[in-house]
Design a protein around this ligand. Structure first.
Ligand code: TV1
Ligand code: CA
Ligand code: ZN
Length: 388
């Protein structure tokens, strides 16, 4: 049915839990866990679940969360009460402001998306899957003892810590439109994790305000983590051609130099054109080409979600990327199946809407050819300091 075939001996595991999707950050908040319901509906209407090992994820345990987060922060996160509606001031641990509200079931929500990423990492460690997927994860801003930018628990850091039990070197790649600051900071002082984030950068004018090109890690003497943080700062309007060229060129060089034994790819869908918070002109095809390139490296791969604030485009991207993971993308009908749940949300009935269909007026591309070429030469220089 639908041409979905599972290649022999090739395993994809899918970790999700419908409980996660039921949480609400508040009616005006851009982060809508419901987008996961829309994505799952699309993935299942294509029959892709039949080609994966599917797991209903469980809550991360207290001990697992303590692998990264401080005990006092976890205590506060667990007991924090829903604030008064008119109270907009961020409280302790940056909890309770407008970005990171305290909502009903918050601790369950965090424990559940973290449990899914940890399970996914363990599948890779045990060689029980080649690609493991958790679209509910990818919350890259959370710190050891602080919530930040819609993120409370850093499931990516927890998953990488699991991978490091078996894997000598992990490459973390982040294509969310925002800088992956929490993951970068967590592994700032080790040479066993290289972090690479592509993001919109405009100083403090775009959240979180970090991730400039020359920020490659602490270069105080003898620090093993020096030069292992790679940042690709971009301007508004970058298109598929530039984005995919940068991705393949830079990831290719990082893999050659660093020789990772596992890769974690954060697939934040707010880098897509038409995103409510994003600034880029990247399309579902270009976003997916990044996933396809990582898959082609034949290194154990963990795919997590992240940002993505226009639910129909998030669903399109993550469904397309699931098909790439499985290997059925070439035979998938780009016309969204008639029986897809909430099909009315997809204003255009294709997985690959054109820029004209997505945007009213196109966003001007502020990235010159020279700028993207200069980024590559600077990073090539930086990587000369990395030995595998
Ligand atoms: C409530 C209601 C919260 C409407 C937040 C956009 C809202 C934003 C809202 C918003 C919004 C941000 C900041 C400013 C820091 C603040 C999942 C000094 C229309 C991974 C997180 C972006 C991105 C945080 C998360 C950012 C991720 N942008 N409407 N908040 N203060 N916060 O700029 O990387 O995608 O915007
Ligand atoms: Ca990023
Ligand atoms: Zn983002």
């Amino acid at each position: 049915e639908n041409g979905i075939v599972r290649p022999k001996g090739y395993q994809v595991s899918w970790h999700s839990n419908p409980e996660i999707e039921k949480h609400h950050f508040g009616h005006a908040h851009p982060m809508k866990p419901w987008r996961l319901t829309l994505a799952k509906g699309l993935i299942m209407s294509y029959g892709m679940h039949a080609a994966m090992d599917t797991y209903v994820s469980r809550l991360a345990t207290r001990e697992e969360l303590e692998d990264f987060h401080s005990e006092d922060y976890l205590d506060y996160l667990k007991t924090a009460k829903v604030a008064m509606p008119d109270d907009e001031t961020p409280k302790d641990y940056n909890l309770g402001g407008s970005d990171c509200p305290i909502f009903e079931g918050l601790f369950n929500y965090c424990s559940m998306y973290a449990g899914a990423s940890i399970d996914a990492a363990r599948k890779l460690c045990n060689n029980e899957s080649d690609i493991a997927i958790n679209w509910s994860g990818g919350l890259h801003h959370a710190k050891k003892a602080e919530a930040s930018g819609f993120c409370y628990v850093n499931d990516i850091v927890l998953a990488i810590l699991q991978l490091l039990r078996k894997h000598p070197r992990v490459l973390y790649i982040d294509i969310d439109v925002h800088h992956g600051d929490g993951v970068e900071e967590a592994f700032w002082s080790t040479d066993r994790v290289m972090t690479l984030s592509m993001h919109k950068y405009d100083g403090l004018n775009f959240f979180p305000g970090t991730g400039d090109l020359d920020r490659t890690g602490p270069d105080n003497e003898g620090n093993p983590g020096a030069h292992h943080a790679i940042n690709v700062p971009l301007s508004d309007g970058i298109d598929d051609d530039q984005y995919v060229w940068l991705f393949k060129t830079i990831v290719g060089k990082c893999v050659e130099k660093f020789q990772p034994t596992a890769i974690v790819l954060q697939c934040g869908a707010d880098s897509l054109a038409g995103d409510r918070l994003g600034r880029f002109n990247v399309q579902v095809q270009g976003h997916g080409a990044c996933v396809a390139f990582c898959k082609s490296l034949n290194i154990p791969l963990l795919l997590v979600g992240g940002g993505g604030y226009t639910p129909r485009n998030v669903a399109r991207a993550w469904a397309h990327e699931t098909s790439i993971a499985i290997g059925c993308d070439a035979t998938l009908d780009p016309i969204i199946p008639e029986h897809t749940p909430y099909r009315e949300h997809f204003r255009h009935n294709t997985l690959f809407p054109t820029l004209e269909q997505i945007l009213g007026e196109p966003r001007v591309n502020r990235n010159t050819k020279k700028k993207v070429e200069d980024i590559v030469s600077t990073i090539t220089e930086q990587l000369r300091f990395v030995n595998s």
